[in-house]
Design a binder for this molecule. Structure first.
Ligand code: PMP
Length: 380
């Protein structure tokens, strides 16, 4: 018998009550019950986004909310600053270019996080930039970016700060209102413990002003339509009702614990995982790792693609491999969403066994012992 464990940074496992909610008979999306459901979900999302601004939703994957941010905030030929430290920073660039927006790139070595001073000097050279596009956790490398420091710079300028919190929402701290972040986008299948198919965005007053001047083409991803309907518990188009039902249960769990405790749980899992990897003797890939996932640099002689395939097929353990240039070179272990400390023990014990099977010389149990030590100390 093979039991499957999903340790990818999205999709992530779904709690049982959310799974059950999706097996209930489907409802009409204009029924009073669905109106109440949408209102409840959007109210709870404010807590997760740590904002008093309204949160809007789209039926799309996370990229839909990113695409929508560009299409709704900007005009053709606007200049924007894009922080590119991995695949998802690059995605911001690609979307901007698709809409005819001019990109001023800040390229950061994959695995590193942007130095706030570089953003500051780029902002002073390009005060005309309409926005800075950043990523809270660059999922392709596991690096966390200092969004608070970036917001500190942008909030006193005319430039908006737009943050991709697709993977990190609920795992790494992002205090939209307290820090002064203008736009945050995210989606359902990561920290929100719901299947893929819903995307979210929250905009502050400054950002809504930009929406009013934007002249880029938009239809399905029109933020204003989604926002105006959403606050009435309605939608411009048929939404993924089944996913909304699941999300309500997932959000109940986050709200019961509170967003800060939810982030702390992710922090404990991340610290335990990092400490295990060090005990195993492998380097972490990110210089400033996120709570969302841990990226591990594999030994030169190791084929990461073979390892990931073997773990899934032989052991039922799904980790994520590297993307782009990192393919085969790193392994990414997520500790995200419906997971706790016990899941970390499973992830690490399987990892140790797997790399030992691939011929890596590791004292079995070294990683698990390190996890247990961290957990013991965090409970003292
Ligand atoms: N941004 C980040 C940081 C992500 O991790 C992902 C998904 N891995 C995306 C954007 C794209 O989201 P989606 O695949 O849901 O469109």
């Amino acid at each position: 018998m093979k039991k499957s464990h999903l340790f990818t940074p999205g999709p992530t496992p779904i709690p049982p009550d959310a799974l059950l909610a999706m097996s209930q008979p489907i409802d009409y999306h204009r029924s009073e019950d669905t109106v109440a459901l949408i209102k409840d979900v959007l109210k709870k999302m404010k807590h997760v986004f740590q904002t008093d601004n309204d949160v809007l939703f789209l039926t799309s994957s996370g990229t839909g909310a990113m695409d929508g941010a560009v299409a709704n905030l900007l005009c053709k030929d606007d200049k924007v600053i894009v922080i590119r430290s991995g695949k998802f920073g690059e995605r911001w660039s690609e979307i901007c270019e698709a809409y005819g927006v001019q990109v001023i790139p800040i390229d950061v070595r994959w695995g590193d996080s942007v130095a706030p001073e570089i953003v500051e000097s780029t902002l002073s050279t390009h005060p005309e930039a309409k926005a800075v596009f950043a990523t809270l956790c660059e999922t392709s490398t596991g690096a966390l970016h200092d969004i608070e420091a970036l917001a500190d710079m942008t909030k006193s300028t005319q430039t908006l700060l737009v943050v991709d919190a697709v993977s990190a929402l609920g795992a790494d701290d992002l205090q939209m209102d307290n820090w002064g972040v203008d736009v945050v986008v995210s989606c359902s299948q990561k920290g929100l413990m719901t299947p893929p198919g819903l995307a979210f965005a929250a905009l502050n007053q400054r950002a809504w002003k930009a929406v009013n001047r934007s002249n880029l083409p938009k239809y399905y991803l029109d933020y204003r339509k989604a926002h105006e309907r959403g606050i009435e518990g309605s939608v411009p188009f048929t939404p993924a009702v089944t996913l909304l039902a699941a999300l309500q249960y997932a959000l109940n769990r986050i709200c019961e614990d509170g967003i800060q405790e939810t982030i702390c749980r992710h922090n404990r899992m991340a610290i335990a995982t990092r400490s295990a990897i060090k005990a195993i003797g492998l380097p972490l890939f990110a210089t400033s790792p996120a709570n969302t996932l841990t990226s591990i640099r594999l030994p030169e002689e190791f084929d990461g693609k073979v390892f990931v395939k073997m773990m899934r097929e032989k052991h039922g353990i799904t980790y994520a491999g590297g993307q782009g240039n990192l393919s085969g070179k790193i392994v990414r272990i997520a500790h995200l969403g419906w997971m706790n400390e016990n899941d970390v023990i499973v992830a690490i014990s399987a990892f140790e066994r797997g790399i030992a099977e691939m011929g890596y010389d590791v004292p079995l149990g070294a990683g698990v012992t390190a996890v247990q030590e961290v957990l013991k100390n965090s409970m003292d």
